[in-house]
Design a protein around this ligand. Structure first.
Ligand code: B1M
Length: 232
């Protein structure tokens, strides 16, 4: 009799820890939310700390997704599914992490500038940043300078993120950054800008710390700039 592989025979509980972590990476890559949730619960039940599950299983997996997204191997729909799966795992961990007082990698306040309602790219940046362990405060779309300032005062983030998709709205980034300068608080924050019509030269011209061409670069740059700032 030939042995047939039946999907129902596959039980995540049967995998040893290292293989289960690899399975989480694969399931994240494939956007399988239910499986990611189940594996997260299994690792916790085996005595793993929430931080260890987050770092090794979830953040590790999203790191692979981020690299392939940056390199053009994965595209927006797949990344949105991976992010959704990641969010499933994070929902299991979130109460435990806040209990344990686990430190986030850093905090970002992010929004799409006034006059602009495009938010798909910004939302992807939020998801990838969250997946990399950042605390993300998404203040939405069509954000005037006063709302950015209020959010900075309220949340005291490490990073201010500005997104714009229109050539007519991207110049509003300069209004926001100039206002920070006028208020004497520009150097309190790392300012990151992104959006399809921008480039590095534009980022420099408006006085941002960095222009990010995509969500993967945003995560890498955020980590690098925070590390540099903390070392200084
Ligand atoms: Co609009 N739209 N749109 N649109 N729209 C563009 C941007 C456009 C290029 C289309 C075109 O004409 N070819 C064009 C702009 C032309 C220009 O400015 N020169 C355009 C226009 C003209 C308009 C309207 C004016 C159309 C009209 O009403 N006549 C209008 C404007 C509304 C407004 O904002 N006031 C409008 C409306 C819309 C929809 C509402 C229909 C919809 C938005 C839905 C939504 O976002 N919820 C829409 C869409 C979907 C697009 C296109 C087709 C796709 C944008 C997108 O989501 N891309 C777009 C054409 C295009 O870009 N090919 C277009 C996918 C997304 C993942 O990429 O946003 O670039 P992106 O984000 C990337 C990076 O840029 C970066 O990381 C992301 C992920 O890798 N990034 C950051 C983005 N923000 C970042 C912030 C960071 C770091 C990285 O750190 C802080």
């Amino acid at each position: 009799m030939t042995e047939q592989f039946n999907e129902e025979d596959f039980d995540l509980n049967d995998l040893p820890d290292d293989e289960l972590v690899e399975q989480v990476h694969d399931d994240l890559y494939n956007g399988l939310r239910e499986e990611v949730v189940e594996s997260t619960e299994i690792l916790l039940a085996r005595g793993w700390s929430a931080s260890k599950v987050l770092d090794e299983a979830l953040v590790g997996g999203m790191g692979i997704v981020g690299v392939d997204f940056r390199d053009g191997i994965l595209f927006v729909p797949e990344v949105l599914m991976a992010a959704n799966a990641m969010k499933g795992g994070m929902e299991v961990l979130r109460p435990l992490l806040s209990q344990a007082g686990a430190e986030s990698v850093g905090k970002i306040v992010i929004g799409t500038v006034k006059g602009d309602i495009h938010d798909i790219g910004k939302n992807l940046v939020c998801m990838m940043m969250e997946g990399a362990g950042f605390e993300v405060i998404d203040i939405g779309i069509n954000i005037p300078v006063e709302e950015y300032i209020a959010a900075l005062e309220k949340h005291k983030p490490d990073i201010l993120g500005l997104s714009a998709l229109l050539t007519t709205t991207m110049s509003y980034m300069k209004v926001v950054i100039d206002t920070l300068v006028e208020k004497g608080i520009r150097d309190d924050y790392i300012v990151m800008v992104g959006g399809a019509p921008l480039n590095e030269e534009f980022g420099k011209a408006v006085g941002a710390d960095v222009y990010c061409r995509d969500a993967g670069v945003a995560v890498d740059m955020a980590k690098e700039l925070i590390a540099r700032r903390r070392a200084a």
